[in-house]
Design a protein around this ligand. Structure first.
Ligand SMILES: NC(=O)c1ccc[n+]([C@@H]2O[C@H](COP(=O)([O-])OP(=O)(O)OC[C@H]3O[C@@H](n4cnc5c(N)ncnc54)[C@H](O)[C@@H]3O)[C@@H](O)[C@H]2O)c1
Length: 288
């Protein structure tokens, strides 16, 4: 496998493109927004520079990896020679459906398709293509270049061969893997959404300040990040979309906290918008 296309150059897509290029894949990052692509390139270059400064990557590795990376707004054209396409567009089924229908038309027959969805069904996404046996979920974590796991989720029709190909690709990107069967929210999103939502209910109830709740969870339960710090990193809109989906599939315990809905309505989306639960406007934030 050589050619990889990542669709969506947001929080996740840019990280996936980085680990893919460093892992030796010729990688094209595709978005509909030229501005997002320019931001993605800036962020990716900043990850390279920091990696170099911290001796995580040599100068030659950096230059070679950069030469394997391209940025484009043309989807159909770029998937024509792809061996693997990884989709990382917003967690909205209609957008994903449209993309999988397009790539199914233009990618080679033996090309595998992965979705970076946090919650949605790879079986359903596979059903929008004529190759459901080649469709799987490849769930990366944020920030992608630092988090060691890729959670691989098989849909009903996913073949053993596809699962093996994806596991190898993730390992080539330097990741550990777990391969699980589909159920809404998988393992990680189901737990993470529940904890993050409960923290918002606590904030709404006046149990404590965000700082106090985050500190209690970090130091008392040994979590590396507090639920609000993590929510701001993930994006509160992304978190809300996940919760809405899980609420529709798994019931009442996933009902989004009204305060979370209000934050999203106010445009407080987290680090990416400069303000979420916490305020980031004072310093320029890039992926560390
Ligand atoms: N944010 C996280 O921490 C996180 C973690 C794991 C998985 N995910 C999942 O990854 C996916 C992407 O999330 P994100 O946080 O990176 O979103 P994001 O909003 O940061 O980025 C999405 C990108 O997709 C682009 N896009 C929208 N429609 C497109 C189209 N038709 N073609 C090409 N590009 C298009 C947007 O311009 C944007 O750049 C979601 O499914 C999300 O659930 C997110």
């Amino acid at each position: 496998m050589k050619n990889l296309v990542v669709i969506g150059s947001g929080v996740m897509g840019r990280g996936i493109a980085y680990v893919s290029a460093v892992g030796g894949f010729k990688t094209t990052l595709v978005d509909i927004s030229q501005e997002q692509l320019a931001n993605a390139e800036k962020d990716i270059n900043s990850i390279f520079e920091k990696g170099l400064a911290r001796n995580k990557i040599t100068f030659t590795e950096m230059e070679e990896s950069k030469s394997r990376l391209q940025y484009s707004i043309s989807l159909a054209q770029n998937v024509k020679e792809a061996d693997l396409v990884i989709e990382a567009v917003p967690e909205i089924m209609d957008i994903k459906k449209n993309i999988f229908e397009v790539i199914d038309q233009h990618a080679p027959e033996d090309c595998c398709f992965a979705t970076n969805t946090s919650t949605m069904s790879p079986t359903e996404i596979g059903s929008y293509t004529k190759r459901p046996e080649k469709v799987i979920a490849m769930h990366f974590f944020n920030p992608v270049h630092k988090m060691p796991l890729v959670e691989i989720i098989r849909g009903l029709e996913t073949s053993d061969e596809t699962a093996a190909v994806i596991k190898r690709a993730a390992e080539q990107m330097g990741k550990e893997t777990v391969v699980i069967n589909e159920f809404p929210g998988f393992v990680t999103s189901r737990i993470s959404a529940l904890v993050g939502n409960e923290a918002f209910y606590m904030l709404q109830e006046g149990v404590g300040t965000p700082e106090e709740i985050d500190k209690a969870i970090k130091l008392g339960l040994n979590y590396p990040m507090g639920p609000f710090e993590l929510g701001d990193l993930v994006g509160l809109d992304t978190r809300l979309n996940n919760l809405k989906y899980l609420h529709s599939k798994l019931g009442e315990k996933y009902r989004p906290a009204p305060l979370l809905e209000q934050y999203v309505k106010a445009g407080r989306l987290g680090r990416k918008s400069g303000r979420g639960v916490y305020d980031y406007s004072a310093k320029e934030e890039v992926i560390q």
